[in-house]
Ligand binder design. Structure first.
Ligand code: 13P
Length: 250
Protein backbone atom coordinates (compact mmCIF):
# COMPACT_ATOMS: atom_id res chain seq x y z
CA UNK A 1 0.00 0.00 0.00
CA UNK A 2 1.15 3.54 -0.73
CA UNK A 3 1.62 5.92 2.19
CA UNK A 4 -1.52 8.04 2.60
CA UNK A 5 -1.17 11.03 4.88
CA UNK A 6 -4.20 13.18 5.65
CA UNK A 7 -3.37 16.78 6.43
CA UNK A 8 -6.51 18.23 7.97
CA UNK A 9 -4.86 21.69 8.27
CA UNK A 10 -7.09 23.93 10.46
CA UNK A 11 -10.08 21.60 10.18
CA UNK A 12 -12.66 20.63 11.34
CA UNK A 13 -14.44 23.19 13.52
CA UNK A 14 -15.67 20.90 16.30
CA UNK A 15 -14.70 17.80 18.23
CA UNK A 16 -17.80 15.95 17.06
CA UNK A 17 -16.79 16.45 13.43
CA UNK A 18 -13.22 15.43 14.21
CA UNK A 19 -14.50 12.18 15.70
CA UNK A 20 -16.53 11.38 12.59
CA UNK A 21 -13.54 12.16 10.36
CA UNK A 22 -11.24 10.02 12.50
CA UNK A 23 -13.62 7.09 12.08
CA UNK A 24 -13.64 7.08 8.30
CA UNK A 25 -9.88 7.75 8.21
CA UNK A 26 -9.03 4.88 10.53
CA UNK A 27 -7.45 2.54 8.00
CA UNK A 28 -4.22 0.55 7.95
CA UNK A 29 -1.45 2.49 6.16
CA UNK A 30 -3.05 5.89 6.80
CA UNK A 31 -1.53 8.70 8.88
CA UNK A 32 -3.91 11.36 10.19
CA UNK A 33 -2.32 14.75 10.85
CA UNK A 34 -4.91 16.64 12.85
CA UNK A 35 -4.63 20.03 14.54
CA UNK A 36 -3.05 19.88 18.02
CA UNK A 37 -6.40 20.33 19.75
CA UNK A 38 -7.65 17.01 18.31
CA UNK A 39 -4.57 14.83 18.80
CA UNK A 40 -5.78 13.34 22.10
CA UNK A 41 -9.11 12.54 20.47
CA UNK A 42 -7.27 10.89 17.57
CA UNK A 43 -5.32 8.79 20.05
CA UNK A 44 -8.55 7.61 21.63
CA UNK A 45 -10.39 6.98 18.37
CA UNK A 46 -7.81 5.57 15.93
CA UNK A 47 -7.19 1.84 16.08
CA UNK A 48 -5.47 1.23 12.73
CA UNK A 49 -4.26 4.59 11.42
CA UNK A 50 -1.20 6.36 12.85
CA UNK A 51 -1.24 9.89 14.27
CA UNK A 52 0.68 12.82 12.84
CA UNK A 53 1.14 16.44 13.93
CA UNK A 54 1.29 19.43 11.57
CA UNK A 55 4.20 21.26 13.16
CA UNK A 56 6.64 21.17 16.07
CA UNK A 57 9.19 23.38 17.82
CA UNK A 58 12.91 22.66 17.29
CA UNK A 59 13.77 22.31 20.98
CA UNK A 60 13.08 18.84 22.38
CA UNK A 61 11.82 18.07 25.86
CA UNK A 62 10.31 20.99 27.80
CA UNK A 63 11.10 24.61 28.58
CA UNK A 64 10.09 28.28 28.58
CA UNK A 65 8.75 28.51 25.00
CA UNK A 66 5.24 29.94 25.06
CA UNK A 67 2.97 28.45 22.43
CA UNK A 68 5.45 25.76 21.44
CA UNK A 69 5.12 21.98 21.49
CA UNK A 70 8.11 19.62 21.39
CA UNK A 71 8.60 16.41 19.45
CA UNK A 72 9.06 14.46 22.66
CA UNK A 73 5.73 15.81 23.99
CA UNK A 74 4.09 14.72 20.74
CA UNK A 75 5.66 11.29 21.06
CA UNK A 76 4.28 10.93 24.57
CA UNK A 77 0.84 11.58 23.11
CA UNK A 78 1.20 8.74 20.61
CA UNK A 79 2.22 10.81 17.60
CA UNK A 80 4.53 9.02 15.11
CA UNK A 81 4.84 11.50 12.22
CA UNK A 82 5.32 15.28 12.08
CA UNK A 83 4.81 17.49 9.04
CA UNK A 84 7.54 20.10 8.77
CA UNK A 85 8.21 22.83 6.24
CA UNK A 86 4.66 22.96 4.91
CA UNK A 87 4.20 25.90 2.58
CA UNK A 88 1.52 27.30 4.93
CA UNK A 89 4.17 27.46 7.67
CA UNK A 90 6.77 28.93 5.34
CA UNK A 91 4.28 31.51 4.09
CA UNK A 92 2.19 32.56 7.11
CA UNK A 93 4.73 31.92 9.88
CA UNK A 94 7.81 32.87 7.86
CA UNK A 95 9.49 29.56 8.58
CA UNK A 96 13.00 29.44 7.10
CA UNK A 97 15.02 26.53 5.64
CA UNK A 98 17.25 26.69 8.71
CA UNK A 99 14.28 26.35 11.07
CA UNK A 100 12.86 23.47 9.04
CA UNK A 101 16.23 21.71 9.33
CA UNK A 102 16.28 22.19 13.12
CA UNK A 103 12.73 20.86 13.38
CA UNK A 104 13.62 17.79 11.29
CA UNK A 105 16.59 17.09 13.56
CA UNK A 106 14.43 17.42 16.71
CA UNK A 107 11.78 15.10 15.28
CA UNK A 108 14.36 12.45 14.34
CA UNK A 109 16.08 12.74 17.71
CA UNK A 110 12.75 12.12 19.42
CA UNK A 111 12.35 8.93 17.36
CA UNK A 112 9.53 10.23 15.15
CA UNK A 113 9.36 10.50 11.37
CA UNK A 114 9.44 13.96 9.77
CA UNK A 115 7.29 14.53 6.72
CA UNK A 116 9.30 17.23 4.99
CA UNK A 117 7.24 19.33 2.58
CA UNK A 118 9.02 21.19 -0.16
CA UNK A 119 8.22 22.67 -3.52
CA UNK A 120 8.22 25.82 -5.57
CA UNK A 121 5.71 28.66 -5.68
CA UNK A 122 3.96 29.71 -8.85
CA UNK A 123 6.39 32.61 -9.34
CA UNK A 124 9.40 30.35 -8.87
CA UNK A 125 7.97 27.86 -11.36
CA UNK A 126 7.39 30.61 -13.90
CA UNK A 127 10.94 31.83 -13.40
CA UNK A 128 12.25 28.32 -14.14
CA UNK A 129 13.55 27.84 -10.58
CA UNK A 130 11.75 24.62 -9.65
CA UNK A 131 14.81 22.40 -9.35
CA UNK A 132 16.86 25.10 -7.64
CA UNK A 133 14.20 25.56 -4.93
CA UNK A 134 13.75 21.82 -4.38
CA UNK A 135 17.51 21.36 -4.20
CA UNK A 136 17.93 24.14 -1.65
CA UNK A 137 15.03 23.05 0.57
CA UNK A 138 16.10 19.39 0.53
CA UNK A 139 19.81 19.94 1.15
CA UNK A 140 19.08 22.38 4.00
CA UNK A 141 17.55 19.44 5.89
CA UNK A 142 19.77 16.56 4.73
CA UNK A 143 22.93 18.45 5.64
CA UNK A 144 21.76 18.89 9.25
CA UNK A 145 20.55 15.38 10.04
CA UNK A 146 21.50 14.30 13.55
CA UNK A 147 23.50 11.14 14.30
CA UNK A 148 21.03 8.57 15.58
CA UNK A 149 21.51 4.92 16.53
CA UNK A 150 19.04 3.60 13.99
CA UNK A 151 19.23 4.93 10.43
CA UNK A 152 16.97 7.99 10.36
CA UNK A 153 13.78 7.81 8.32
CA UNK A 154 12.42 10.80 6.47
CA UNK A 155 9.41 11.17 4.22
CA UNK A 156 9.86 13.88 1.61
CA UNK A 157 6.71 15.32 0.09
CA UNK A 158 7.14 17.20 -3.15
CA UNK A 159 4.27 19.64 -2.93
CA UNK A 160 4.34 22.42 -5.52
CA UNK A 161 2.73 25.39 -3.80
CA UNK A 162 0.82 26.36 -6.95
CA UNK A 163 -0.80 22.90 -7.14
CA UNK A 164 -2.28 22.95 -3.60
CA UNK A 165 -6.06 23.01 -4.04
CA UNK A 166 -6.84 26.43 -2.53
CA UNK A 167 -3.94 28.16 -4.33
CA UNK A 168 -4.61 26.39 -7.64
CA UNK A 169 -8.32 27.24 -7.66
CA UNK A 170 -7.68 30.88 -6.75
CA UNK A 171 -5.10 31.30 -9.50
CA UNK A 172 -7.01 29.33 -12.15
CA UNK A 173 -4.40 26.57 -12.05
CA UNK A 174 -6.68 23.69 -11.08
CA UNK A 175 -6.48 22.01 -14.49
CA UNK A 176 -2.74 22.39 -14.57
CA UNK A 177 -2.40 21.01 -11.05
CA UNK A 178 -4.14 17.83 -12.10
CA UNK A 179 -2.56 17.45 -15.52
CA UNK A 180 1.02 18.65 -15.03
CA UNK A 181 1.96 18.35 -11.37
CA UNK A 182 2.39 14.54 -11.47
CA UNK A 183 4.87 14.83 -14.33
CA UNK A 184 6.88 17.48 -12.51
CA UNK A 185 6.67 15.35 -9.37
CA UNK A 186 8.24 12.35 -11.09
CA UNK A 187 11.02 14.52 -12.45
CA UNK A 188 11.67 16.13 -9.06
CA UNK A 189 11.55 12.81 -7.19
CA UNK A 190 14.13 11.35 -9.58
CA UNK A 191 16.29 14.39 -9.00
CA UNK A 192 15.91 14.23 -5.20
CA UNK A 193 16.79 10.52 -5.19
CA UNK A 194 20.06 11.31 -6.92
CA UNK A 195 20.84 14.23 -4.60
CA UNK A 196 20.13 12.21 -1.45
CA UNK A 197 22.20 9.13 -2.32
CA UNK A 198 25.21 10.32 -0.37
CA UNK A 199 23.23 10.94 2.84
CA UNK A 200 22.71 8.25 5.46
CA UNK A 201 18.92 8.34 5.61
CA UNK A 202 16.04 6.07 4.75
CA UNK A 203 13.81 8.09 2.41
CA UNK A 204 10.34 7.80 0.95
CA UNK A 205 9.11 10.25 -1.66
CA UNK A 206 5.46 11.22 -1.80
CA UNK A 207 3.39 13.83 -3.63
CA UNK A 208 0.97 16.52 -2.42
CA UNK A 209 -1.13 19.14 -4.25
CA UNK A 210 -4.73 18.56 -5.35
CA UNK A 211 -4.41 14.79 -4.96
CA UNK A 212 -7.98 13.52 -4.79
CA UNK A 213 -10.45 10.86 -5.81
CA UNK A 214 -10.53 12.10 -9.41
CA UNK A 215 -6.80 11.83 -10.08
CA UNK A 216 -5.55 9.18 -7.63
CA UNK A 217 -5.73 6.38 -10.20
CA UNK A 218 -3.57 8.34 -12.64
CA UNK A 219 -1.14 9.35 -9.88
CA UNK A 220 -0.77 5.75 -8.75
CA UNK A 221 0.53 4.82 -12.19
CA UNK A 222 3.68 6.82 -11.47
CA UNK A 223 5.78 4.34 -9.57
CA UNK A 224 8.27 6.96 -8.33
CA UNK A 225 5.47 8.41 -6.19
CA UNK A 226 5.34 6.27 -3.04
CA UNK A 227 2.38 7.96 -1.42
CA UNK A 228 0.36 11.15 -0.99
CA UNK A 229 -0.16 14.06 1.36
CA UNK A 230 -3.82 14.94 1.07
CA UNK A 231 -5.48 18.17 2.14
CA UNK A 232 -9.00 18.97 0.94
CA UNK A 233 -9.90 15.42 -0.15
CA UNK A 234 -9.11 14.08 3.34
CA UNK A 235 -12.01 16.16 4.69
CA UNK A 236 -14.52 14.24 2.58
CA UNK A 237 -15.51 10.74 3.67
CA UNK A 238 -16.40 9.66 0.16
CA UNK A 239 -13.22 10.98 -1.47
CA UNK A 240 -10.87 9.77 1.22
CA UNK A 241 -12.36 6.28 1.34
CA UNK A 242 -11.98 6.08 -2.43
CA UNK A 243 -8.32 7.10 -2.14
CA UNK A 244 -7.62 4.55 0.58
CA UNK A 245 -9.15 1.79 -1.54
CA UNK A 246 -7.17 2.89 -4.60
CA UNK A 247 -3.88 3.01 -2.66
CA UNK A 248 -4.56 -0.41 -1.21
CA UNK A 249 -4.86 -1.96 -4.67
CA UNK A 250 -1.39 -0.86 -5.67
P1 13P B 1 -4.70 19.84 -1.16
O1 13P B 1 -4.73 18.33 -1.20
O2 13P B 1 -5.97 20.42 -0.63
O3 13P B 1 -4.26 20.41 -2.45
O4 13P B 1 -3.61 20.22 -0.09
C1 13P B 1 -2.34 19.75 -0.25
C2 13P B 1 -1.59 20.02 0.99
O5 13P B 1 -1.23 21.16 1.25
C3 13P B 1 -1.32 18.90 1.87
O6 13P B 1 -0.35 19.23 2.79
Amino acid sequence: MSILIANWKMNPGTEAEAKAMAKYSDQEGVVVCGPLVFLALLKKTLKRAAIGAQDVFWVNGRGPYTGAVSASQLKDLGVEYVIIGHSDQRRYFKETDGEVAKKAAAVIEAGLVPVLCLGETREEREAGQTQEVVDRQLKAVLSQLPEVKKKARLIVCYEPVWAISGNAAGAGLAELAVSQAPEVAVEMIRYMKRVSESFNVDLNFIYGGSAGAENIDALLKQEEIEGFLVGAASLSKRDFEYMVAACRKR
